[in-house]
Design a protein around this ligand. Structure first.
Ligand code: ATP
Length: 319
């Protein structure tokens, strides 16, 4: 490959900019030409591409969001839309594309790969719901934001001897709730992967308060339940009225942590290398410290295994 392009797609996440920067700088370092596609697959179909130089990615490593912007594009779900995307890249002489996004974005990259464009996917999503990588770009920052918010809630809860239900993101994957829950000492972690028993949760909360605990945190992943409903169900059982906080989109904003920046930098550089080696239709990740590129078909069809050891540890430590 001589000319490559990079785009961000689907929901944004912190560290996407660091990944774009790594792709651009690594490509230029290796003598490639590199283009940025604006607004994901929508921009690709609209031929909204610009040439990137070293300075075009200056001062972005620390910024949340994505300078390339992102979009969801219905037209790209059709074979005609995908063909149009491939034709536009080919007309510009671009033979490689790096897609930073989630599951859906990966599938788009796979389609382009089958149309002869060399593609690589990078896991850009806060949910950590992508298989064949231990962590996705943005996850570490999202967890830190949750932990920081829970620290603040704890201060006021302890003063008033209260409990809190905190709803965090995670539609199919409870990792944000799990990691934030363990790191902030939550009493209960509710995730889509593990069935929960509201009677047991309410009973344990009452016993813990009776035994002298001065605050109690229930953290729930949005895909496992609604914070308000869980709070009401607890009140109906034990009379305690947990305050509900829904963290929402603040979890997707703000400056990326050093972990996310380093993950993005490593993966961006790795994806460029793989394209230069002629690889295509793969998703990049780091598993146990080792960089890997796995067939996209395999990645999108695999359910990420839930870390039960970590979940059980959190339970043991939260008595
Ligand atoms: P997140 O999980 O953060 O929402 P995502 O990448 O999964 O990110 P999607 O909205 O699912 O977000 O996908 C982003 C875009 O990728 C879609 O708007 C569409 O243009 C393209 N896309 C999704 N699925 C496919 C598919 N099966 N084939 C081709 N393109 C797809």
């Amino acid at each position: 490959v001589k000319k490559i392009a990079v785009l961000t797609s689907g929901g944004d996440s912190q560290g996407m900019n660091a990944a774009v920067r790594a792709v651009v700088r690594s490509a230029l370092f290796n003598g490639l030409e590199v283009y940025g596609v604006q607004r994901g697959y929508q921009g690709l179909i609209n031929d909204d591409l610009r040439s990137m130089d070293l300075r075009s990615v200056g001062d972005i490593i620390q910024r949340g969001g994505t300078i390339l912007q992102t979009a969801r594009c219905k037209e790209f779900l059709t074979p005609e839309g995908q063909q149009r995307g491939a034709d536009i890249l080919r007309a510009r002489g671009i033979d490689g594309l790096i897609v930073i996004g989630g599951d859906g974005s990966y599938q788009g990259a796979n389609k382009l790969s089958k149309l002869g464009i060399k593609t690589m996917g990078l896991p850009g999503t806060i949910d950590n719901d992508i298989s064949f990588t231990d962590f996705t770009i943005g996850f570490d920052t999202a967890v830190s934001i949750c932990v920081d918010a829970i620290n603040k809630l704890r201060d006021t809860m302890t003063s008033h001897e209260r409990s809190s239900v905190v709803e965090v993101m995670g539609r199919h994957c409870g990792d944000i709730a799990l990691y934030a829950g363990l790191a902030s000492g939550a009493e209960t972690i509710i995730v889509p992967e593990v069935p929960y028993d509201i009677d047991a949760i309410a009973g344990r909360m009452r016993e813990n308060f009776q035994a002298g605990k001065r605050h109690s945190i229930v953290i729930v992943a949005e895909g496992a339940g609604n914070g308000q409903e869980i709070s009401e169900a607890i009140t109906a059982r034990n009379g305690i009225e947990p305050r509900v906080t829904v963290l929402g989109h603040i979890q997707r904003g703000g400056t990326p942590t050093h972990n996310d920046r380093i993950l993005a930098s490593k993966l961006g550089d790795f994806a460029v290398q793989r394209l230069m080696d002629g690889d295509s239709g793969k998703a990049c990740g780091i598993i146990d410290g080792v960089m890997t590129a796995t067939e996209i078909d395999k990645v999108v069809n695999a359910k990420k295994p839930f870390n039960m050891d970590l979940y059980n540890l959190a339970l043991r430590l939260s008595q």
